[in-house]
Ligand binder design. Sequence first.
Ligand code: CP
Length: 312
Amino acid sequence: MTTNTQLSTKHVLGIKYLTPADIQLIFETADQFKEVINRPIKKVPSLRDVTVANLFFENSTRTRISFELAEKRLSADVVNFSAASSSVKKGETLLDTVNNILSMKVDMVVMRHPAPGAPAYLARHIDANIINAGDGTHEHPTQALLDAFSIREQLGDLRGKKIAIIGDILHSRVALSNIYCLQKMGATVRVCGPPTLIPKHIAKLGVEVSYNTRETLEWCDVANILRIQLERQDIKYFPSLREYARYFGVNKQLLNELNSEVVIMHPGPINRGVEITSDVADSDQSIILQQVENGVAIRMAILYLLAAKRPN
Ligand code: CP
């Protein structure tokens, strides 16, 4: 694949809108920033004249801290907005909120919102570069990029690798972004979970579908395990968490019985004892904390590449 020197887009709204060359460029730029953040002086001046607003209309630990660190390590000016303590509570619309923030000369917006399509809506109405930090059950592009980057770091290349995504696929934005990203980079993807938590027509995306965790773990090189998103579930999709853990949870005994060693991933937050046991999450097979570490380098790469597309 030839590497471009610029992204094909001025926003990162979803992996669906990135080309394989864009993803490759983000990976190669993140390789360089990973080196930077492992130096004693972790800061570079690349975004010195850029102001970034982190607009979080939904809870976050990893994504929010990771973006803020990435921005600060690039020397950007940073403002943080949390819907819970804002005038959104007084009835202000999304567009009014963002236009007020932009009038204070903000260049880039990182946004997490419960409504699918909210970052795309903003991109149609404002001038700033928009990065989607998770929109409802739709996409979480930076998570998929850091996941794929972490797999590449472990296995060398994504082409031909077998990646399983196990858990609540129906309510997951991480699953959809991972499917797009892994397939664009040449991996084969299988989703696994209870039939009630797998979208009916997902095979049309070109993924394999399984309802058998053991058989899926035997098949894959990497298992990305997702939590049950109880906060998005309006009805009961399975009888109990205990039954879910028994049939779809990943535990050490199950992993020990497999013929080969699987790389274990999880985007967080983890529900220990439900989709994954502590002895798996904290084992040598798990790269969960490497994923978090790589998130900063990936987000630095995206911010840097989008800033390069801004007019001087
Ligand atoms: N993986 C992820 O999006 O975690 P947060 O919800 O804590 O940001």
